[in-house]
Design a protein around this ligand. Sequence first.
Ligand SMILES: Nc1ncnc2c1ncn2[C@@H]1O[C@H](COP(=O)(O)OP(=O)(O)OP(=O)(O)O)[C@@H](O)[C@H]1O
Length: 232
Amino acid sequence: MGGIAAGGTAGEGTAAGAPLAAEALACRRGERLLFEKLDFVLPPGGLLLLTGPNGSGKSSLLRLLAGLLRPAAGRLTSGGQPVFEELGAYQARLHFLGHQEAAKPVLSGRENLEFWCRLRGAGTARIDAALAAFELEELAAQPMRLYSAGQKRRLALARLLAAPAPLWLLDEPSVGLDSRSVARLVAEIEAHRGRGGQVVLATHVDLGLAAPQSLGLAEHAPAPLELAEWHW
Ligand SMILES: Nc1ncnc2c1ncn2[C@@H]1O[C@H](COP(=O)(O)OP(=O)(O)OP(=O)(O)O)[C@@H](O)[C@H]1O
């Protein structure tokens, strides 16, 4: 499956990403330290797979990489610049696709993409190609509230292509997709990487993506406290 690559891709024009580097990152949610001592460098064209059991911190790491959570320790840089010092500029160069669809139910699929493009300061020229990439043309005029779960997910994915950004942060993007749509997602991820884009992807299933770096969050869980260390 070649996605829309054969006739030019919706994401054409995406600037190549800058190397994203994590040094000794740690993340705390509430009282709990989820992970620590986490290092990686993601070059332009790179793919980082986040793996680990439920609750190990994959979504939390993605939120941290999106600048929505501050690290408890460590450094995150993009192109050598600390991302939290220029957060707005950094966030303008990424897409974060979480579990929520982040679309307005009363708007049609096309109107949702138009809204998204305006929000991102992008033109609307890529919307048709983005809809076509995830086979949403026939649904484009329908209110999103009438979409099935998989169709809503495809609309969320179309946002990646409608308003290009070099860094894609994807939290279990294949959930709810049929096998044909999974193949399209994989093709779009590979096309994005081919343009120099970067992808960080949390997943419980093997999507068959080529040459990923892999990061197991469970391996970065803090050591359990010895009994003597507990404060009763
Ligand atoms: N807002 C929050 N406040 C406190 N703790 C939270 C918050 N959100 C998540 N957590 C906790 O952080 C831990 C990691 O959650 P996270 O969603 O990052 O895990 P995950 O690896 O993505 O899990 P899953 O595979 O189930 O999606 C969990 O124990 C969760 O209960």
